[in-house]
Structure formats: structure tokens, C-alpha cells
Design a protein around this ligand. Sequence first.
Ligand code: ATP
Length: 295
Amino acid sequence: MPPGLFVCGAVGLVCARAGGGADTEDRPLETPSESPSPAAREPVSERVLSVSGFSKSYEGRQAVDGLSFEVSAGEILGLVGPNGAGKTTTLRSIAGILPVQQGRITVCGYDLAREEYRAKACLCWVPDDPQPFDALTVVEHLEFTASLYGVADWRARAEELLERFELNDRRDSLGGELSRGMRQKLAFCCCWLPRPHLVLLDEPLSGLDPRGIRSAKRAIREVAAAGTGVILSSHLLELIEELAARILILDQGKRVFMGTLSEARATLAPEAGGSLEEIFMAATERPLGDEGPVR
Ligand code: ATP
């Protein structure tokens, strides 16, 4: 299974193995004793994600510390923070790739620790560097995703997504033959196919050309308008400013701000221009000389 597999969130079997590497503490494979959950298509909760007192450390070093937040159906939450703030760790834990060491995560009301299969059936995740299967074609990835999530009417939707993300003429290309941007587009198609309740996007525009960026932004707005909750993690602050209704700022594993942009302006950067960049700088301010002189 390639690391950072993007077809994820459907079943424990896939998620448990995805994202291999030193940071992955492989979870035991869950036997999906529950029948494929209808949760991915029927609204089960207005609150699609609840994270409460979540902490995670790597070999004793704290990466995320007592984090709590929620995402509602139809909301786009912007997740920002400096390098190493704990954004990816948080997303990977919500996706079920990293075990929750401390705290509680529920997706559509399903506890990720106790009802893993149902929780994962509600979400899709696009990692920052999607790695498709070398041996599957573009269309086969969509077919595979459809079978994981139990999407019966997948063909028409797959055609629509291939058209939208301009992958039609690469439909028979193998995963290993795709460029970086094409892999990203395929990840979007797979993520969008099952109409999940919650979408996790980690730097989703990296590698995309300008047309791809436009399609992706439009697609993110549309899924949110259709009721999907979205977490959009990015260092592109203009993107967050453009799409997100609320922002969550992490710094050194801790939540330093959560609220709307106007609340952030009022509390963090009333004097400055009020851009998210100013807000970000104010929220993650370091004492001068923290990084030491550049030599
Ligand atoms: P970036 O913006 O650079 O992608 P991030 O906010 O996504 O950063 P994480 O990747 O979640 O941050 O990392 C949070 C902390 O956890 C950092 O201190 C990082 O060094 C540490 N960390 C992340 N992955 C591992 C790992 N596999 N092993 C040990 N430490 C790790």
C-alpha cells in the first residue's frame, strides 16, 4: 500500500494501512462487522466533526496538545499555523490514520475509537501529496473508491468528475504515470465521488495549474453548499480568506484562535490592515530573535 494513500476514510482496512512510514503507528485492522454504513449519504448530524481534548505526541514530543473544535455541516473551516504546528497530525488523526492517543473524535456522531468503520465511512481525505496505486488506472481508482464506499450509481458521477477535473483523456493512465497535478486532481475526484459528510483537505491546491485551481475552488464551495463540512488546511492565506467562514489557528500544537475572520480581526489585529496575514502574524508572534540570526 503506497504511503499517503488518498482513497481513505471508507473502511478501516484501507485507512489502517494508509500513510505508512516512520510516523504511522499501524492500527489493528478493524473487522467491519457493521454493514456498509449508509452514513455517507444520509445526513446523520448537523455537527459533522467534534474534536475534544485531542493530544498526540511522537516519542514523547508533543505535536498536538488538548485541541478541541467542531465543524458543522456545510461549513468550510480554514486550518492554519506555522510549520510544525500540528495541522497534518490533526488531519491524519481525524482520518483515522494515526491512533487517537488522548481525547475524543467523533465524525457524524460516530466515535472514531469505538465505531471506526462508521466514522470513516462519513469522511474523505486528500493528503498533501496523493499517491495513487501504480497498477490501477484513473477510472479504476474511481471504481475502487465507489466499491469501498458503496456508491451504486458511480459511473455517471465519475464521468462528471473526470470532465470537471480535466482527467478525461487520462482515464486509462495508470496511477504511476500521472504528474503531480494529475494525482491531485484524481484525489479530488475520489474524494468527491461518495459525497462524504466531511472532507479533509491538506494543501489541496499544490501542484494544480490555474485551471485546476479554479475547478478545485469551485468544487470546494459547491460541496460545502451541498452540506459537506470541509477542513481546509493551507499556508495560502488568501485561499483561506476567500473560502473559509471560520478559521482555526494552531501554534506549537495548541489552538491559539478559533472564530470568524471578523472576530479574528477584532481580537488579534485591530490596528493592522486586517488581512489574514496580519492576523496570522499576531496570533503566532514570537519574541524577536527566537529563530536566531541568519548566518
Ligand atoms: P507543516 O506546515 O510544516 O506541514 P504541520 O502543522 O502540518 O506542519 P505536523 O506535520 O503535524 O505539523 O507536525 C507537528 C509536530 O510533530 C512537529 O514538531 C513535527 O516535527 C512532529 N512530527 C510530525 N510527524 C512526525 C513523525 N513522524 N515523527 C516525529 N515527529 C513528527
